[in-house]
Ligand binder design. Structure first.
Ligand code: PAF
Length: 292
């Protein structure tokens, strides 16, 4: 794998790939790679001629009281993993390289960016769309890969790509889960062993909703009531939201007949976790993908 740290080098390497007529896939990450990221990398390797992975902990998407300074970072380990996966190009720029101190331009997807996590994390999605737009300009990939765990992020990036005519296909890969159902997340390392056990309540609540939907329940209010009831069984979970929304607009829906995204966010101690399940038009949820 070639590891590049400057924008000029990365642009030149990607230009070469395009000139050779090869299909280029990009997996944007903030490092602290886990099986969820590796599933994206494998999808890129399987469908593209050249796989590029960016590793950049993006300060713009963290609020002043959030975990930017303690976000897990282990570049050496991440690069070793990407080497094992036979990634072609690694892009690991510094903060100074990505953000000129005089910058004043941002990319914002209005409306969607204030929904779900955007409500409690003002500016978060603006930070995500700004860095992703920059990465898209630097790499100019044919395809970019994102995880379904950040369902709102995926919807917002799809909207940005449509609105700004990026000629890039967006692939959203299923959530990868631990054996007990907890969604893989770089932030799971923050959990104490006790919180780690408690956090499975998110998956249990979503599975309760899936079961009810599979049995024919169509009323979003009823699904939310049932999901919240499961979360309340774990009093240490501080629920932020449990919502049933349209997976593209992120607006609440009253009825799931045309499909819906069921999304939850809760805090365990100081760690904020999110999870979701996509219900198809028939009410059936997409099956989970487990690790190992
Ligand atoms: O999903 C993430 O890890 C980040 O939000 C992303 C897309 C790499 C942008 O920093």
């Amino acid at each position: 794998m070639r590891v590049l740290t400057t924008i000029d080098e990365m642009q030149a390497a990607c230009r070469e790939v395009r000139r050779a007529g090869r299909r280029l896939g990009l997996v944007p990450t903030m490092g602290a790679l886990h099986a969820g990221h590796l599933s994206l990398v494998r999808a890129a390797r399987a469908t593209c001629d050249v796989a590029a992975v960016s590793i950049f902990v993006n300060p713009l998407q963290f609020g002043p009281k959030e975990d930017f300074s303690r976000y897990p970072r282990d570049l050496e380990k991440d690069l070793a993993l990407l080497n094992q996966e036979r990634v072609d190009l690694g892009f690991a720029p510094s903060e100074e390289e990505m953000y000129d101190s005089g910058r004043s331009s941002y990319v914002t997807v209005e409306g969607l960016s204030e929904r779900l996590c955007g409500r409690s994390r003002p500016g978060h999605f603006r930070g995500v769309t700004t860095v992703v737009a920059k990465l898209f300009h630097i790499v100019e990939p044919d395809v970019a890969f994102f995880g379904q765990k950040d369902a709102a992020q995926a919807a917002i990036i799809r909207k940005m790509v449509r609105d700004l005519n990026f000629d890039i296909q967006i692939v959203v890969a299923p959530i990868v889960r631990e054996q007990d159902g907890l969604a893989m997340s770089s932030r799971n390392v923050y959990l104490t062993p006790e919180q780690r056990k408690q956090a499975v309540v998110l998956y249990r609540a979503l599975m309760r909703v899936q079961t009810l939907a599979d049995r024919g329940e169509r009323r979003a209010a009823e699904l939310i009531r049932a999901g919240e009831e499961v979360i309340r069984e774990q009093p240490s979970a501080k629920l932020e939201y449990f919502e049933v929304v349209n997976s593209e607009t992120l607006e609440p829906v009253a009825d799931i007949t045309s499909g819906a995204l069921v999304a939850v966010a809760a805090q365990f101690g100081t760690t904020r976790l999110i999870d979701n399940v996509l219900l198809t038009g028939s009410g059936q949820a997409q099956g989970p993908e487990m690790k190992g």
